[in-house]
Design a binder for this molecule. Structure first.
Ligand code: PGA
Length: 246
């Protein structure tokens, strides 16, 4: 099955109003590469301004609370993200699983809430270095996926992000990426039947213009989730162009 590639940026806790000019340049490049889906997940406080700056471009959030509303100080609901103009959200990023102690159950609830509100959801999974070194990466990440999956696969994408590859410049071998993505594809088909074939599986972790072609050539790699190289248009646009080639 042919799946359109998705290149999504994740600004993490970076970005002020002045940085919106980077998104304007990225949106212009995205418009020139219509065969690729491109999105940028910005800090919640920037979503509305980013949407105003580039109304035709997909702006997303980096997290969402699982509840519709209520006494959750400091949190943002899916309806609030939609109201601000967001089209997607990341859930279960390892920096939240670790830093905010988010469990698989919590991630599943967040994914469910995002999809129910009409957002596209990028659900992240990935192993730590000790797990990789012990040879348990595929089994561990497959189990993490099973435990985090929402009931519905429509508008869902998965991002495989080895924790040890995030922001480190280290990238798994193409064989290791292929083995993991193939295992995740099998789990998606086990969970969703034929619809599991339509779910995009992104790779994330130190993706750059210089390695994007090689990564996008791997079977079952349907795009990328990009942190550091998404902050500047000059770094991100070559990744969009690589996806358009691949
Ligand atoms: P990186 O981050 O591209 O800076 O490695 C990826 C991510 O955390 O999504």
């Amino acid at each position: 099955m042919t799946r359109r590639k998705l290149v999504a940026g994740n600004w993490k806790m970076h970005g002020l109003a002045a940085d919106l000019r980077e998104i304007e340049a990225i949106a212009a490049a995205a418009a020139q590469n219509p065969e690729v889906d491109v999105a940028m997940c910005v800090p919640a406080i920037l979503i509305e301004r980013a949407v105003r700056a580039v109304p035709r471009f997909a702006i997303g959030a980096q997290d969402v609370h699982h509840a519709e509303k209520g006494a959750h100080t400091g949190c943002t609901s899916a309806a609030m993200l939609v109201d601000a103009g967001a089209r997607l959200t990341i859930v279960g990023h390892s920096e939240r699983r670790e830093g905010q102690r988010e469990s698989d159950d919590e991630v599943r609830a967040k994914a469910t809430a995002g999809l129910a509100a009409g957002l596209d959801v990028i659900l992240c999974v990935g192993e730590s270095l000790p797990v990789r070194e012990a040879g348990d990466a595929v089994a561990t990440v497959a189990a993490q996926l099973d435990a985090s999956l929402p009931a519905n696969s429509e508008r869902l994408a998965i991002a495989y992000e080895p924790i040890w590859a995030i922001g480190t410049g280290k990238v798994p071998t193409v064989d290791d990426i292929a083995a993991m993505h193939s295992a995740l594809r099998s789990r998606l088909v086990a969970a969703f039947g034929a619809s599991g074939q339509a779910v995009r599986i992104l790779y994330g972790g130190s993706v750059k213009g210089s390695n994007a072609d090689e990564i996008f050539a791997v079977a079952d790699v349907d795009g990328a989730l990009v942190g550091g190289a998404s902050l500047a248009a000059a770094d991100f646009i070559p990744i969009i162009e690589a996806a358009a080639r691949g």
